[in-house]
Design a protein around this ligand. Structure first.
Ligand code: CA
Length: 222
């Protein structure tokens, strides 16, 4: 569990990230403008910051600048529009920070957050190497799965879906949660892609590994 500060003024994106982090077992706090975000980031209460660039009050570059000039070494993952990746990269040059072009899937952002937390040795998620539940185990470094001790190949999407199921074993996850987590914000919510991929996982994990909870979603394990 890590404590993560989200500095983002777009409510929809901020809650998308917060929801994903909660499913990963992290706690998060949202700050909707630059000055509030900077205050929180300097409080020493967080393990990592997810920082948007376009913010009211003070932009993300200035927040980062202030943080570093006040001696904070907190890891920062910057969110940036895809068409300004070049500017962002040059603004971050020489720093230890990472960036994430928008739009993104939660799983992509999560991969960067994990790397940062691991690099800093902060948060238990950073040191976590495998997950297991219900006879299935996932190696989070090699991205390989084993079912009943036998190696099973999973695609990147299947792995991301399996990971959220194992982290939330026994809990019902809605299609929307799964779609947000594995496919991202911009995927058509009417799509049946979640159902299709749950089908793929059932073929690999066994038909009863994931149950359908009518009207609610899916549950891994019992
Ligand atoms: Ca913004």
């Amino acid at each position: 569990m890590a404590r993560i500060l989200i500095i983002e003024d777009e409510q929809r994106i901020a809650s998308f990230i917060a929801k994903g982090l909660r499913a990963e077992g992290h706690q998060s706090v949202i700050a909707g403008d630059g000055p509030t975000g900077l205050d929180h980031a300097l409080s020493g209460e967080f393990d990592l910051v997810v920082l948007d660039i376009g913010l009211p009050g003070m932009d993300g570059f200035e927040v980062l600048d202030q943080l570093r000039s006040q001696g904070s070494r907190i890891p920062v993952v910057v969110l940036t529009a895809r068409d300004s990746v070049g500017d962002t990269v040059s603004a971050l040059e020489g720093g230890a920070d990472d960036y994430m072009p928008k739009p993104f899937r939660f799983a992509e952002l999560n991969a960067r957050i994990k790397l940062r937390l691991r690099a800093e040795g902060q948060g238990t998620a950073g040191r976590e190497e495998s997950l297991s539940a219900g006879g299935i185990s996932l190696d989070l470094r090699t991205r390989r799965a084993q079912v009943g001790g036998k190696q099973v190949d999973l695609s990147a999407r299947e792995f991301a879906l399996a990971e959220i199921f194992l982290r939330n074993a026994g809990q019902v996850l809605s299609r929307e949660q799964l779609l947000d987590h594995v496919w991202g914000l911009d995927f058509d919510p009417g799509s049946n892609v979640v159902d299709v991929y749950v089908g793929y996982l059932r073929k690999k994990f066994g038909a009863d590994a994931i149950s359908t909870v009518r009207g609610m979603g899916y549950r891994f394990g019992r």
